[in-house]
Structure formats: structure tokens, C-alpha cells
Design a protein. Structure first.
Length: 115
């Protein structure tokens, strides 16, 4: 099982980034997917989730209206489009595959929002 995040980097406040998470080694379309983030000295927090079919999404209040989660089951990938980025969005972002029986984590990608 592998989840590999990419797309992180340094961006100025107000800018945009698109994170990707490529999945392999499991039946991707059977799993819900989430993005989490962890800032230095803080607990990991849920940012956004999407159901296995992509029909249902949920967002943390702090990112609602700015971030969009999506998935492509044909490509075994999940995405996080992040717009209007703020310094407080700076964190390591992780993708997670989940279902009742089990879950898997990626290794994370750093997002830094700074001028």
C-alpha cells in the first residue's frame, strides 16, 4: 500500500496550490479519502474528506470556501485545491485512505505560506 503526496511548496499569502495524492496497492474506489494537516507544535487536524464515490465532501470550517477536495477513481488519485492561502495554512499535509476495517496514511508534503 502506498499513498504519495505531491504539490506542496512555498507560496505567498493569497496564492494557490494543488496537492495530489497517488494511491496504489489497494482498491482505491472502496475507500473514503481525507486530507489532514499538522502545523509545528500542533495536533494533526482534519482538513477535508470525500466519500468513496466522490459524491459527498466535508470541510473544516477554517478552509471552507477556500479549499476543494476531489478524486479521480480512474487514476487512483485524490486532490486538494487550495486557494486564498493564509500563513496559518502552513503545515505538513497528509492524505489518508479510510474505511471501517482499516486506514492508510501518506508521508506528507510541506506547504508554507509566507511572503
Amino acid at each position: 500500500v502506498q499513498l504519495v503526496e505531491s504539490g506542496g511548496g512555498l507560496v505567498q499569502p493569497g496564492g494557490s496550490l494543488r496537492l495530489s495524492c497517488a494511491a496504489s496497492g489497494f482498491t482505491f474506489s472502496s475507500y473514503g479519502m481525507s486530507w489532514y494537516r499538522q502545523a509545528p507544535g500542533k495536533e494533526r487536524e482534519l482538513v477535508a474528506s470525500i466519500s468513496s464515490s466522490g459524491g459527498t465532501t466535508n470541510y473544516a470550517g477554517s478552509v471552507k470556501g477556500r479549499f476543494t477536495i476531489s478524486r479521480d477513481n480512474a487514476k487512483n488519485a485524490v486532490y486538494l485545491q487550495m486557494n486564498s492561502l493564509k500563513p496559518e495554512d502552513t503545515a505538513v499535509y497528509y492524505c489518508k485512505a479510510f474505511r471501517t476495517q482499516d486506514s492508510y496514511w501518506g508521508q506528507g508534503t510541506q506547504v508554507t505560506v509566507s511572503s
